[in-house]
Design a protein around this ligand. Structure first.
Ligand code: AMP
Length: 427
C-alpha cells in the first residue's frame, strides 16, 4: 500500500527546512528584541475554550474545528487548536501570569488545525507565528504589536504588502454601529445572498467580509464604523495612527476590516500581500480587551496580538524570489577515508571537530575516493581532508580547498586551526 500525506497537510522536507528555520529565526530574533518570550501550549484543549474564546458564530467554531472524544464513552470533548489566542489567554489565567508581571509579552510559533477546503495558501494543518501582549490598554502596545509584525516581514524582505487598519471602538460603539448597518442593509435585504441574510440577524458586521461580487456595491455604500466611535476609542485610534506615522509604518484605513465578536475592541489590522492570489491575507490581529472575562476572569484584562500564517509568508517569499537568496548551511569539511584504518581516524577526528564547532561530513557508505570527493562537492563542502595509510604514518594530510581546488599539506595538529581560520574568513 502506498500512503500519501492527507490532503491539506504538508511535509516539510530536509531540502526546505532550512528556509523554514530562517523564517522562524528571524521571527524569534525580532520577538526577542521586543522583549517577548516564547509560550508553548498543548495542541489540543477543552472544546469549550474555543467555543467561548473564538465565538460560536464564527466559521472556525461553526464548521472548522477538529473535535473529538478521547474515548467513545467519555464526556470530555477535545479540540485540536484552530488558533492560539484562546490557548494563550487560558494559560495566562491558569498560571496567574498577570500577578507576576503587569504586562505579559509572549510569542508562539505553532501548528494549527482547521477543517478547510484545501487550496493554495489554505491548509487543514498550517503554522502561525504570532504574539500576544496582555495587560496594557494603551495605544503604545497596539503600535508596538504592529511594528513588531512589520519588522518580521521587513527583515524577511516581504515589502510588497499593504497594512490595513481600522478601529472597532468599544461594545457600545458596535451596538450603535450594528443598528446603523442593519438600517442601511434592510432596504437591500432581498438582494443579499443566503449567507449574508443569515448574518444579517446573527452578526451583520460579518456581511462586510463578503467576497460575493454582487454585494460589493451595497457594501461600499455601508456606514463606516469609524463614524460611530466613542470618544475614548477615537483618541486611542488617533494615538495608534500617530505612533505608526512616527515609526514610518505606512497603512491604509479599511472600513471593512471589522470583527464580528464582542470581545474584540478598538484596533484591528491586517496585512495583505499583492503577491498572493485569493488567499491574500498574510496575517492580522487586533485588540481583544473582552476575551479574558469571556474565559472566566473576574475582571477585564486588556490585550492585543497578531498572528501570521507561515505558509502564506513562505508563498509570498517564493513569489518575490526571496527564498533563493537564503544560504543553506554547508559542511565545512568532508573527511575522506582511503583505508579501513583511516576510517577509524576519520570517525574520531570528525567527532572531535564537531565538538569544537565545525560541520563535518563523513562517508557512511564506504565509497571509493573518487565517489567520496564527488559527494563532498555535491554537499557543497568547503574543504576535504584525505586520509590514507601514508598520511596516518607521516601525520601530514592533504587539505583540499574545494572552492579553489588548492591543495596543501598540513600537519595533523595544525589541521583543525587551518580549517577553522579559513572557514571563519569565508563567512
Ligand atoms: P486568522 O487566525 O484566521 O485570523 O488567520 C491569521 C493568518 O493565518 C491568516 O492571515 C493566514 O495567513 C493564516 N491562515 C489562516 N487560516 C489558514 C489556513 N487554513 N491555511 C494556511 N494559513 C492560514
Amino acid at each position: 500500500m502506498k500512503f500519501q500525506s492527507v490532503t491539506g497537510t504538508k511535509d516539510l522536507l530536509p531540502s526546505e527546512s532550512f528556509l523554514w528555520q530562517r523564517i522562524e529565526n528571524v521571527a524569534r530574533s525580532v520577538f526577542e528584541r521586543f522583549g517577548y518570550a516564547e509560550i508553548r501550549t498543548p495542541v489540543f484543549e477543552d472544546t469549550n475554550l474555543f467555543l467561548r474564546g473564538i465565538g460560536e458564530t464564527t466559521d472556525i467554531v461553526g464548521k472548522e474545528m477538529y473535535t473529538f472524544k478521547p474515548s467513545p464513552d467519555s464526556d470530555e470533548s477535545l479540540t485540536l487548536r484552530p488558533e492560539m489566542t484562546a490557548s494563550v489567554m487560558r494559560a495566562y489565567l491558569q498560571h496567574g501570569l498577570g500577578g507576576q508581571f503587569p504586562v505579559v509579552k509572549v510569542y508562539y510559533i505553532a501548528e494549527l488545525f482547521r477543517k478547510e477546503r484545501p487550496q493554495k495558501g489554505r491548509y487543514r494543518q498550517f503554522w502561525q507565528l504570532g504574539a500576544e501582549c496582555i495587560g496594557s490598554a494603551l495605544p503604545e502596545s497596539d503600535a508596538e504589536m504592529i511594528a513588531m509584525m512589520m519588522m518580521i516581514y521587513d527583515e524577511l524582505g516581504v515589502t510588497n504588502a499593504t497594512l490595513k487598519l481600522n478601529s472597532l471602538g468599544d461594545a457600545e460603539t458596535r451596538t450603535r454601529y450594528r443598528a446603523a448597518l442593519r438600517d442601511y442593509l434592510r432596504p437591500h435585504y432581498e438582494r443579499l445572498d443566503a449567507v449574508s441574510k443569515e448574518r444579517f440577524e446573527k452578526n451583520p458586521l460579518r456581511i462586510l467580509d463578503s467576497k460575493n461580487p454582487d454585494l460589493q456595491e451595497i457594501i461600499a455604500g455601508a456606514p463606516r464604523i469609524l463614524d460611530y466611535l466613542d470618544e475614548e476609542s477615537n483618541a486611542h485610534f488617533e494615538a495608534v495612527r500617530t505612533y505608526l506615522d512616527e515609526l514610518g509604518i505606512a497603512y491604509s484605513i479599511d472600513h471593512r476590516l471589522v470583527r464580528g465578536l464582542d470581545y474584540y475592541s478598538r484596533t484591528a489590522f491586517e496585512l495583505v500581500s499583492a503577491d498572493l492570489g485569493a488567499q491574500d491575507a498574510l496575517g492580522g490581529g487586533g485588540r481583544y480587551d473582552g476575551l479574558a472575562e469571556q474565559l472566566g476572569s473576574p475582571k477585564p484584562i486588556p490585550a492585543v496580538g497578531f498572528a501570521s500564517g507561515i505558509e502564506r509568508l513562505w508563498l509570498a517569499m517564493e513569489r518575490a524570489n526571496l527564498l533563493r537568496n537564503i544560504p543553506q548551511k554547508k559542511p565545512d569539511v568532508m573527511l575522506v577515508a582511503q583505508s579501513t584504518k583511516a576510517q577509524t581516524w576519520i570517525m574520531k577526528t570528525a567527532n572531535e571537530w564537531r565538538r569544537k564547532g565545525l560541520v563535518v561530513e563523513v562517508d557512511l557508505l564506504r565509497r571509493s575516493l573518487k565517489a567520496q570527493m564527488r559527494e563532498a562537492n555535491r554537499l557543497g563542502a568547503k574543504f576535504a581532508v584525505i586520509a590514507g595509510e601514508s598520511e596516518l604514518q607521516t601525520r601530514k594530510f592533504q587539505l583540499k580547498n574545494l572552492r579553489s581546488s588548492e591543495q596543501t599539506e598540513v600537519e595533523e595538529e595544525r589541521l583543525f586551526d587551518a580549517i577553522k581560520a579559513q572557514v571563519v574568513e569565508s563567512l
